[in-house]
Design a protein around this ligand. Structure first.
Ligand SMILES: *Cc1c(COP(=O)(O)O)cnc(C)c1O
Length: 407
């Protein structure tokens, strides 16, 4: 067959599953950050959830040794190495006193974000309903959107301490829902949930036969003696759900891409089946390094916790002097700060950036429920945080400031 010569520009349209994704709020912020840098402005970036500390030395040493070992150079086992899975369940037992089966109740992930998004694809058909808090970590709603699911937003409020109000979920929605996502200690609100809340969520999920997906990425970043609760230590929790963990935050390993999911074996099996068709899992050398991280002594954790805790106190005090009343957080690396009265999240974050070079994340990046807030990450030392505060003060940015007139 001769193909006629009809060369013309071809356009490529993405599939609906990509097209439906809401616009990326960070894009405009990134643009302004680049512009500010080009103008020589010294940015203080408190916008990201990217820990600023180094990976612990024993983890790097373990990775270097594992890298030199040729037996690590082939494809890793799909389900993760037996040693890393055992390190996960040992850690889990040490931390929560719950026994998990390393063969089918723990699965290493290429970062928890990967697992969260793929779990939605493994379990949701187009048109299925899921329950997702707003604000939430973006993978909790973007995963379901990619799967074609309908996201029913559960709006969180300061009045309810940023906890999900289960009684506000309409009966018919609860009956239809396939998955409920939740995350305490929370990114972005830094809220924590009491054990009774977890018990209520388990009861709700059992009654309506809903899969629970708990994101416990801040399992260890807690202060003042507070110990975050795991879904799997709640009676019935493992029968109805899974929990995602990461090494990114606790161990300053965000770039290494190591996370894991633990919990219900049937749920994990579905995710594993999907992943078997998509990836080969985590480089074995990284799994060896991750084992070392999970077995670091508690003194390492205390050090990390103290670092964030000091920054938290410093920034909360500084904000108070500028008229902000930011409640003391018990966990995470964030402060969830209300915008001055009458200002939207995006306008406020952009105007702070332009006037001071301090970067905060607009709350609406985490869903409509985050409107009216900005998230400030504790990812700089107190010297830099002090510099950020004095720039805010100089620019007259206070909680009680007048919103600028609309242009
Ligand atoms: C940082 C974060 C993640 C992502 O962790 P990775 O393992 O680096 O993908 C997941 N969930 C929440 C709530 C986070 O804050």
């Amino acid at each position: 067959m001769t193909v006629p010569n009809t060369a013309k520009p071809v356009t490529f349209e993405t599939a609906d599953r990509v097209r439906v994704l809401p616009p990326y709020v960070f894009a405009r912020l990134d643009e302004l950050k680049t512009k500010a840098r080009e103008q020589g402005l010294d940015l203080i970036d408190l916008g990201m959830g990217n820990p600023d500390g180094p990976t612990p030395a024993p983890v790097i040493e373990a990775a270097q040794a594992a890298l030199a070992d040729a037996s690590n150079h082939g494809y890793p086992p799909f389900e993760g190495t037996a040693n890393f899975r055992k390190a996960i369940t040992d850690w889990y037992y040490r931390r929560y006193g719950v026994n998990l089966d390393a063969n089918n109740e723990a699965l290493p992930l290429l970062g928890s974000k990967e697992g969260l998004a793929h779990l939605a694809i493994a379990y949701l058909n187009p048109g299925d309903t899921v329950l997702v808090p707003s604000p939430a970590y973006p993978a909790h709603f973007r995963g379901p959107l990619i799967a074609g699911a309908k996201v029913h937003s559960l709006t969180l409020t300061a009045e309810n301490n940023w906890l999900i109000d289960l009684s506000a979920i309409p009966e018919d929605v609860a009956r239809r829902a396939k998955i409920l996502y939740f995350n305490y200690p929370s990114n972005p609100t830094a809220a924590t949930a009491p054990r009774e809340f977890f018990e209520e969520v388990v009861k709700f999920a059992q009654h309506y036969e809903i899969m629970l997906v708990h994101d416990l990425c801040y399992a260890e970043l807690a202060f003042d003696g507070y110990q975050p609760t795991s879904l799997l230590e709640i009676p019935g929790g493992k029968d109805i759900g899974v929990e995602f963990h990461t090494l990114s935050k606790t161990y300053n390993m965000a770039g290494w891409r190591v996370g894991f999911v633990v919990g219900n074996s049937q749920i994990i099996q579905g995710l594993r089946t999907l992943k078997t068709n998509l990836d080969y899992g985590l480089f074995s050398a990284l799994q060896t390094a991750a084992e070392t991280a999970l077995s670091l002594p508690d003194t390492y954790l205390t050090e990390v916790q103290n670092r964030y805790c000091t920054r938290r106190d410093f920034l909360i005090d500084g904000f108070a002097k500028l008229g902000w009343d930011v409640p003391k957080t018990r966990a995470t690396m964030y402060l969830w700060v209300p915008c001055p009265v009458g200002m939207g999240s995006t306008d406020f974050a952009l105007s702070v950036l332009e006037q001071t070079g301090v970067v905060m994340t607009p709350g609406n990046a985490f869903g409509e429920g985050g409107e009216g807030y900005v998230r400030v990450s504790l990812i700089a030392d107190c010297d830099r945080l002090g510099e950020a505060l004095s720039r805010l003060e100089k620019a007259g940015i206070r909680y009680d400031m007048q919103a600028p007139a609309a242009v």
